[in-house]
Design a protein. Structure first.
Length: 154
């Protein structure tokens, strides 16, 4: 049984008080950059009520990214798609109305990526290489229409 009274400095209280710092550092670091792959973490955190003792993924892409890669990973992942949607929408607005085929290509790419992101709320589709490669190709496709580079600051 442990005592709840404080330990004096002469009894090791100073050393004990300093021991928490590496633990806090590790917790903060894991929150920022993530502790690693879920398949290695899950067995250690699964509750007694868990239906499975191991799993390779969660059924939610943003949650999976956050759990494995931390807040920095989630912000980076979001930035990729926000940047695509902003730049793709800007490209769509710059295309003339008579460029129906080009507009359809850009709009189709934007719609496909938004669909991918919505589906990611129900499945970890970012971890499926075949699907991800198609999405990345669709993200690049609208920018093949750009014939000149935008001016600096534009």
């Amino acid at each position: 049984m442990s005592s709840t009274r404080p330990v004096s400095a002469t009894q090791g209280g100073v050393a004990g008080a300093l021991d928490w710092r590496p633990s806090i550092h590790r917790v903060l670091l894991a929150a920022l950059v993530g502790p690693g792959q879920l398949k290695h973490l899950y067995p250690g955190v699964a509750t007694a009520e868990a239906m499975r003792r191991s799993t390779s993924h969660l059924h939610n892409t943003p949650l999976q990214i956050t759990v494995e890669r931390g807040v920095i990973g989630l912000v980076t992942w979001l930035w990729i798609f926000v940047a695509f949607l902003v730049r793709g929408t800007a490209l769509l607005r710059r295309l003339p109305a008579e460029a129906g085929g080009d507009r359809a290509l850009v709009l189709g790419s934007l719609a496909a990526v938004v669909t991918f992101l919505i589906a990611g709320l129900f499945e970890y589709n970012f971890g499926d290489t075949e699907v991800l490669l198609v999405v990345l190709a669709l993200m690049a496709l609208p920018f093949a229409l750009v014939t000149e580079r935008p001016a600096a600051g534009a």
